[in-house]
Write a protein that binds this ligand. Structure first.
Ligand code: ADP
Ligand code: MG
Length: 389
């Protein structure tokens, strides 16, 4: 699939509507990881250098059509302005916004409008038409949202001349490298909280990879599927049959399918819960698994570190609590030493490696998209990319 890139449209002196992914993690109104804002800068700077005026539309969290003040993009406008070194006007209105017609304007959280995410095409079109009145050209750079058929991602692109921004183009380039004849061995590490988020990608990648390592909260559904006791750990019981099938297919295909052999458990989900290391087949009934154990971390790091192509999505444990961050840290360390291409995907995974003190440049590529990268790797067609062809 080839998408239209920025150099195919003339943006000089034009009004550009720019979709960005500014969905940053916030804690008590403070941005805890501004990676997605930084990743949006190259396109914004380019547009400004071309003398374009830029109206940015973006979302934050899931306000579901309601004006929830804690999900306002106002703090993001402030941080964007600091990083850009230019003033950024913030428009709290989405409909009928009075734009000054120059510089950069950020519109309030587009998901305050229920139409943004509506399944009803006509509803979305009303919002897309409003957005289209703000611009001559649409530039799509919110990679983290391109798997969504939303008004500001999909419908608006049909109403205006359009192109992909630099971030979307870069993300797609990397994903192409992972999908079109990747150098072998190809290893994938998957973690995070839910198996349901990752079933599709595991299933699709089984045919393509040499090694898969499973950690995070989702590993316990696999252990349960093997008939092991998992105590109070996270589990999705309804997925056990699917997971059994996946493990059988992995075996048929000769994929090196790694599950941890030791687990860090604790009596409760909290930062000061006392950690204990146990065998994966000896999780006490009153404890929950919050990280892969140290022996497993080394085994995963060794197997993944030997690969020439690596994709990693989802923390190996509850990295937010230092006592349960070791697995994620050891794996991240191994990725920094991969001699081929290493890609870290997912909002929490990106935040994790930064929180653990790694630099973005330590990795081949840190993707801004979680769901979008996974769906691409699943082989799905992404509406926000299709529309840019
Ligand atoms: P990403 O955003 O990178 O795609 P996910 O959203 O799938 O990652 O998962 C991230 C979350 O998974 C983190 O907040 C982490 O605390 C959680 N997690 C990892 N391991 C466990 C575990 N053993 N139990 C509960 N939650 C876990
Ligand atoms: Mg996440």
């Amino acid at each position: 699939m080839n998408i239209k890139t920025l150099d195919t449209v003339d943006v000089r002196g034009k009004r550009v509507l720019l979709r960005c992914d500014l969905n940053v993690p916030l804690k008590d109104g403070v941005i805890t990881d501004d990676g997605r804002i930084k990743a949006s800068l190259p396109t914004i700077k380019y547009l400004l250098a071309q003398g374009a005026s830029v109206v940015i539309t973006a979302h934050l969290g899931r306000p579901k059509g309601e004006r929830r003040p804690e999900l306002s993009l106002a703090p993001v406008a402030k941080r964007l302005s600091e990083l850009l070194g230019e003033s950024v006007e913030f428009s709290s209105e989405i409909f009928g916004s009075k734009l000054s017609g120059s510089g950069v304007t950020l519109l309030e959280n587009i998901r305050y409008e229920a139409a943004e995410t509506s399944k009803d095409e006509v509803e979305r079109l009303v919002l897309a038409k409003e957005l289209a009145t703000y611009a001559d050209i649409f530039v799509s750079d919110g990679f983290g949202a391109v798997h969504r058929k939303h008004a500001s991602v999909y419908d608006v692109a049909k109403l205006l001349p359009h192109a992909a921004g630099y971030l979307v183009a870069a993300e797609v380039d990397v994903l192409k490298k992972l999908t079109q004849s990747p150098e072998r061995p190809y290893g994938v590490a998957l973690g995070g909280s839910k198996v349901s988020d990752k079933i599709g990608v595991i299933s699709n990648l089984l045919e393509k990879v040499d090694t898969i390592a499973i950690g995070g909260g989702m590993l316990f559904t696999f252990l349960a599927a093997k008939g092991l006791q998992i105590g109070k750990s996270l589990v999705e019981n309804d997925l056990i049959p699917t997971v059994i099938e996946l493990m059988e297919r992995a075996e048929e295909l000769g994929v090196n399918f790694l599950l941890p052999t030791d687990i860090v458990v604790a009596p409760e989900f909290s930062a000061d819960a006392r950690p204990t290391i146990v065998g994966a087949d000896a999780i006490p009934e009153d404890q929950m698994g919050l990280d892969i154990g140290p022996a497993s971390a080394i085994a995963f790091a060794t197997a993944i570190g030997e690969c020439k192509t690596v994709f990693w999505n989802g923390p190996m444990g509850v990295f937010e609590f230092p006592n349960f961050a070791n697995g994620t840290k050891v794996l991240a360390e191994a990725l920094t030493k991969v001699s081929g291409i290493s890609v870290v995907g997912g909002g929490d995974s990106a935040a994790a490696v930064r929180k653990l003190g790694f630099a973005d440049t330590d990795f081949g590529y840190i993707s801004t998209g979680g769901g979008a990268s996974l769906e691409y790797l699943e082989g799905k067609e992404l509406p926000g990319l299709i529309v840019l062809q």
